[in-house]
Every structure is written in C-alpha cells, then in structure tokens.
Write a protein that binds this ligand. Structure first.
Ligand code: PLP
Length: 390
C-alpha cells in the first residue's frame, strides 16, 4: 500500500512527537510508582502527575480534583452512567439519552434496562438535533441522569449543551456529556458550567491511546460511589497504579489542542472546499450540513452506491470510515444516520471523512479525485443507477 491519505481523525489521531517526547522519560529513568511515597522515584512520578493534572485543569478551566483518569471515554461513560444510576436507582430510575449517542452510551443503557432502568431515547430531527422542548418535558423527578453528547462522532453535529445544561439544572437532573470529539476542535469555554459529568480521550487529540479522563463536578460527586476498588488511588474513586507516562502525554496533548484551536479555521475551510467539490457528484447529500458542526467532519451520502464497496475501492488510497470506527465490524447501517431519517440504502452509502490539523489541500484534492473516480466506477456497474428514472 503506497502511503494512503489519512482522513479518519475522528477515529483516532497519531501521537504527536512533543507528546511522545514528554512521555518517554516516564518509561525509562522516571519509572517510579506514584503511590510509592518512601523514595524519590515515587515522589518524582507523583510530582509529574500533580503537574500534569494542574495543567489539564487550567487548560480545561476546571478544578484539579474534578479529574479522574481512566482508560478512555468508553470507561468514563460506563462508570458515570452505571455509577449514577446504581447509586440512585431506588428513588430515580429513568435515564434520558439520545438515539444518536455513541454505542458506549447506548450499550450501557441497554444493560441497565435489565436492571430496571427506564430509558428514554430522544429522537433527533433531520439535522441530528434534539428538541429542547421535548427534553424539558421528558425530565421528571424520576430522572437519574441525562446523557447527551456535545459533538456527534459520525456527523460532527453539535448539540446546544449550554442550554441543555440549563434545562437539566432547572429541572433538577444531572447532566453527563460525552465531549470526546469536541476537544481540540471547538472552544469549550463555559461548557462545564451546567455539566455535572463529562469524558475525554487522549487519542482523539494527538495523545496516546488508553488514557482518558472523567470530569466530575465537585458539587455532583456525592452521586457516585467508588468505581474501581483497590489501592485507594484517585481519591478512592478509581484504584490502580497511575499511568504516569500517559497522564503526562495527555496533559501535553490537551495543552497543544487548546493552543492550536485556531488551526481549525483552516481545517473548516478545507472541509468546506471538499464538501463543495464532492457535491458536484450527482445524487450526493451532506448530513448535518444545516446546523453547527465540528470544523473537521464531513458526512456524505451517495445515491446508488454500496458503502462497503466504496470503502473497499478507496481503502488502498484513502482512509475514511462509514459510521463510527468503534463499531465498524458491524454491517448495520449507521444508527446515527437512520435516526436522522435516512433510509437503509442511503445510510449504507455514506462516508465519514474527518480531517486533522496537518491535512493539506493536496491531500484533499487527491482524495476528491479518488472518491469521484470510485463512485463513477461503482455506479457504472450498477444497473439500478444506469436504469434510474431521471
Ligand atoms: N465517545 C465518542 C463520541 C467517541 O467518538 C469515542 C471513540 O470513537 C468514544 C466515546 C470512545 O472513546 P475511547 O476510544 O477513548 O474509549
């Protein structure tokens, strides 16, 4: 395979050199266990973790003791939703979420249904947005937690989390927001104001895989019990040896993502350019185009094209995805696009293209040419396309 062009940054990103450089000493000479408080190896590791945590807190504008490190967003999602539900289920057994959430949220909800949770799945409109009036009506005094992501991983569509938070606060419900995809792509200023819990993952922002964090607002922590027992680390909430190299790397990745946020203006222009060029293809539709979206994400459907065949045709040349990479082994049409009203055929024939900070115009032009060429080839071999009534 000759250097395919990577346009799947919502699935994961490469670990940047500055992140890697910052991590390496903690695998080598600074390898102490941060819980070993009887010698300098341990002190140096715990100092590094304290420094990284303070830096992350400052960059995200939260408090250091509102951060719990996890293995990534999937773990954070599991611990928050299960934790809040199980602690409060006798009085509050309703969970409100959205049909277009990440599979981690939806699968946790399916599991909790077996533990008597009543799950309300809010629908979305053709642009992927929930109705704020419907949310307000749905929250009752039985609502344990509302789980609504800020940015959708497939379409990039942004929910109005600030307003959603105000509604939850007014109605006395806790709000968990999956912010995994938004970090580094949009300004998160004031986002934590009305959010009780949130999750982030380093590998989406040029950090290492296997490290994430759960944000737990100080005022909301009483709604959760310890989620991993053993060792008493992380204020007894999540036991286990601190992953010092990854925590240090994560802090650098967050700092860079905040410092580089303005690069997203260039990315948005490049994405819009690509969108315009791809719309020249007949029978093409952009999903989520009418509302606020992440600057790097383009979700596009092509009439009369089999998405699997298209991905295969492109796979040697460009790396893109259909639906979310986390469940790319499944052959079901994207649940996100179906919830937005697309039929199975159109949902199957969609691509998620996600740009990164280093994506160049040359790469985009090559990708456009490959997509156009592959679609033409596939359609020319599709009798339904050839015989369609125009
Ligand atoms: N939430 C969203 C919106 C995501 O895009 C992903 C990963 O694709 C996850 C959660 C899971 O994150 P992690 O890979 O850190 O478990």
């Amino acid at each position: 395979m000759k250097n395919p062009i990577y346009l799947d940054y919502n699935a994961t990103t490469p670990c940047s050199t500055s992140v890697l450089d910052a991590m390496i000493p903690y695998f080598k000479e600074l390898y102490g266990n941060a819980s070993s408080q009887h010698h300098s190896f341990g002190w140096l590791a715990s100092e590094a973790i304290e420094k990284a945590t303070n830096s992350i807190a400052q960059d995200l504008r939260i408090k250091p003791n509102e951060i719990i490190y996890t293995s990534g967003s999937t773990e954070s999602i599991n611990t928050i939703i299960k934790g809040v539900y199980r602690k409060n289920k006798i009085k509050k057994n309703q969970i409100i979420t959205v049909k277009t959430e990440h599979k981690a949220v939806l699968d946790v909800c399916t599991l909790l249904e077996k533990e008597d949770a009543e799950i309300t799945y809010l629908k979305v409109d053709k642009n992927g947005l929930i109705s704020l009036e419907e949310l307000e009506k749905t929250i009752t005094n039985k609502t344990s937690i509302v789980s609504i992501m800020l940015a959708n991983n497939e379409t990039g569509v942004l929910q109005d989390i600030n307003y959603i938070g105000e509604i939850c606060k007014k109605k006395g419900a806790l709000l968990f927001s999956d912010i995994t995809q938004a970090l580094g792509k949009i300004n998160l200023k004031d986002i934590f104001f009305n959010v009780d819990f949130a999750c982030f993952s380093a590998h989406k922002i040029f950090g290492p895989k296997g490290i994430g964090l759960t944000y737990i607002k100080t005022e909301s922590k009483a709604h959760l019990d310890s989620f991993i027992q053993g060792g008493g680390q992380q204020r007894n909430l999540r036991g286990g040896t601190y992953n010092t190299p990854s925590i240090v790397g994560f802090s650098i990745a967050i700092k860079k993502s905040v410092q580089n946020i303005h690069f997203n203006n260039r990315i948005a222009k490049l994405r819009d350019y690509m969108q315009e060029k791809l719309l020249e293809i007949e029978g093409t539709k952009i999903n989520g185009v009418e509302v606020d979206r992440l600057p790097n994400t383009l979700n596009i459907s092509f009439d009369y094209v089999d998405g699997e065949k298209l991905l295969f045709a492109l796979s040697q040349k460009i790396a893109v995805s259909n639906g979310s990479a986390c469940n790319s082994s499944s052959v079901h049409p994207s649940h996100v696009l179906k919830a937005m009203g697309l039929n199975n055929n159109l949902a199957f024939s969609s691509l998620r293209i996600s740009l990164g900070i280093t994506t160049s115009k040359t790469e985009i032009n090559i990708a456009i040419a490959h997509i156009k060429e592959s679609i033409e080839l596939l359609r020319n071999n599709n009798s339904l396309w050839i015989n369609r009534s125009i």
